[in-house]
Design a protein around this ligand. Sequence first.
Ligand code: AMP
Length: 499
Amino acid sequence: MSFSDLGLSPDLLRAIEDAGYVNPTPIQEQAIPPALTGRDVLGCAQTGTGKTASFTLPMIEALSAGRAKARMPRSLILTPTRELATQISENFEIYGKYHKLSMALLIGGVSMGAQVKKLDRGVDVLIATPGRLLDHFERGRILMSDIKILVIDEADRMLDMGFIPDVEKIVAMLPPIRNTLFFSATMPPEIRRLADKFLMNPKEIHVDPPATMAETITQGLVVVKHGDGRRPGGGQAEKRDALRQLLRTEKPSNALIFCNRKRDVDTVYRSLTRHGLPASRLHGDMSQPERTATLGKFKTGDIKLLVCSDVAARGLDIPEMSHVFNFDVPTHAEDYVHRIGRTGRAGHQGRAITIATPEDGKYLEAIEELTGRKIPRMELGGQASAELKQTDPSDKPSPRRGGRDRGRGTDRGRKPSPQTGTKPEPKPSPQVEAKPEAPPEPKVETKAPEKAPEPAPRKAPEPAPKKATPANESQAPVKGLGEHVPAFMRTVPPKSKPD
Ligand code: AMP
């Protein structure tokens, strides 16, 4: 199928051609035609599938006739994070280049004045995070009664961030007769309930995450030894040392380095800079102009190493990223999948290397259980990886996020304290650099585990494991998630329903 079969106008087809797209992606193929006819869409799809264009293109088409009145936007896109909102607005500019539609971005962290001026001039497309939108509404600067198209993007992320009450409040203010396009990477019961409430006879579309994402990522795990193994949270200096060694040997062309806590983002960033590894940082406590500028420089390649919190884990589309490093093992297994999914995109090869301490065993077990694969251990500079501590089964973390993360990285008064970050964490031990600061160029080897890992059985029916593995492949590093895509990422296409 080509874009011209979808019912789009010549101006849009021209913009799509300018963007270099040849064929629509599956979500675009399935979502654009019903959306163009005004039918509601429930899309189970994640970033990387082309979902942004699947709602942006029909919106541009529908809004091309008509004019917006002051303070009365004609359409609304709700997204959980400022970065996603900004990314959607960039997409809008690309696809809407031959249309004269006005757009406003209502996100926190930037002054409200400029946003108010835009609203006053009349806006065709409003792209907003829930908190900032409600702020404007409560100050009487916006009327929702003219909104004909509503897009809710990354609904499950909204749930994780505690935004659902705000979203429900906003949707209750919109005209009931409207076209609603609702997207979520996963469909837990809370999201299904919302979809049932907001959508009328939707066309339901499920697309798998891009298969290439997992297959093009090579994973690795370094477990550092540290002096005070009794204290959880210790080993920070050793982890920084391991990171520097990895950066020097892996030579990433660009990399995201994820930390669990914002204050560790700062520490790691300062440490790298001090050691002659120029880096930048990104976390939710930075001002919005700073976040936008940093991300922009990372996208253009002016910044090669970006130390970040999970604010960068989902949804950001940064093409051709060579590496992701987990300076900390994420405490929610699901976050691991999102973080490493930032590399190995669009058919490019990527490497995702996690640095752990022996105390991280329980989190790694949860990750390996979720993904169904062991992460191959790596040796650093000839040193064997330390052993992980055995986990007490009663102490196992849940792979999915829970209510305790509500409000993380949010706008509008829900800002978590910089000290609390993303999880209740023990205090790190005093940071004593254990090694000389300029290590010799070490050799990093990826070593597969002694035994070929048994694919862990998952509750959901798994595809049959590959029957024959050539002998020389059994020792090879496990690539990405292979066929063991976790159940939450694997969506089953519904029986085809008549349109
Ligand atoms: P999204 O899932 O919307 O974040 O899109 C992921 C990436 O795919 C973005 O870089 C888009 O520019 C790109 N993209 C979207 N649709 C297409 C298409 N039909 N052909 C090629 N690339 C696309």
